[in-house]
Design a protein around this ligand. Sequence first.
Ligand code: CTP
Length: 431
Amino acid sequence: MTAAALAGTLPKHASHEGISRMAPPRAQRVLIAVTGGIAAYKVPELVRALVRAGHAVRCCATHNAAQFVSPLVLQTLSGESVRTQLFDPEQEGEIDHIALADWADLVVVAPATADALAKMAHGIADDLVTTLLLATRAPLLVAPAMNVNMWRHPATQANVATLRARGVAFVGPESGMLACGWEGEGRMAEPAAIAAEAERRLGAPTLAGETVVVTAGGTREALDPVRFLANRSSGKMGFEIAAAAARRGADVVLVSGPSALATPAGVRRVAVESATEMRDAVAAELARCTVFVAAAAVADFRPAVAAKQKIKKEALADDAGLVIELVRNPDILAEVARAPGRERRLVVGFAAESEDVLAAARRKLERKGCDLIVANDVSRSDAGFDVDTNAVSFVTAQGDETLPLLSKREVAERLLDRVEALRAAAHDEPR
Ligand code: CTP
């Protein structure tokens, strides 16, 4: 596909003002997993609070939970059917359990019984709810509720410590009179407190209404059916950007070269291998795209011919080397920056530089026609490929800002703060 073909993927009306803002903002999606404790009777209040705050809410409940709270009440308040069974063909037909696990931006376990905490800590998946909790990649917020002695039991405390170490967040339990007659710690946090903590975890939906397309990872350029040219990119930076954009409420498409990383919650992943496949995948998303971030390490060249059969040594003279002719790959970033509808799209590129970083990034900004270049100094060992930290500078037409060494997650957050500021400025500009 050529740049012209890429341009041709845009609908005729796409260059009109405001088209990207017409899509309704994507609500942040909360899955509430209800396990079997008396506090389950308070979950309808939690559902109402989250629905009122504008979130899309779905519930799933264990068999025991359904003894304490009617799934019909949860269904009525959430407006979505409530799943309780793993192997019910009707429920599975409506939304399969893996799709439900993938759907969520945040999973709230409320109430979480001692048994549920133990299963979560040990990766046991013996019913619908525990299977969902094992399958989801969304962050987990847990509201325990149980008898004070069960809560204080070393087994429960060890399970809580294991889960905390894994990044699971807790709200409560509170102290007070317990339904079992004992007084002490073990009461589920109030629904309003759980909802507030959920809101904090979700973050503000500051990118709601935006469609963010991120390229990530390296590409593979085939030499023959078994060999390829590749690079050391792990995809970490692009995956963090996609995850952070989804947390901020954007619709996110992650066009990724081969990567072992898990697809972040709330992100649609399009898997590609070569640069041309990546370009075609980006082109297919461009009509809706309002923010494009090129974080992929795209091979600049590919073998002129990818042999149909495995290249054999026998075909060559005994000590002859093999000469491979390389041809240029399309520059995806530059093509997106030239594509029609440019005025309604923010284009962000990366620049891996080893000397005179800012000057080189500024040249790249102009040459490729980007709004923002994230420049990183690849001469440092603590930044760039396959490490968890990055040292970057943001380069725009207005100037540049150099950030300290940060985790890639933090770089992603700072980048999206910049993206939001540039989007706000673009909306304010007279057209
Ligand atoms: N890029 C792209 N398509 C390509 C090559 C690069 O979209 N075929 C994007 C990358 O995702 C990145 C930026 O362009 O956002 C990097 O530009 P590039 O010119 O490749 O810079 P370097 O990798 O730094 O290489 P060099 O300066 O040596 O050309």
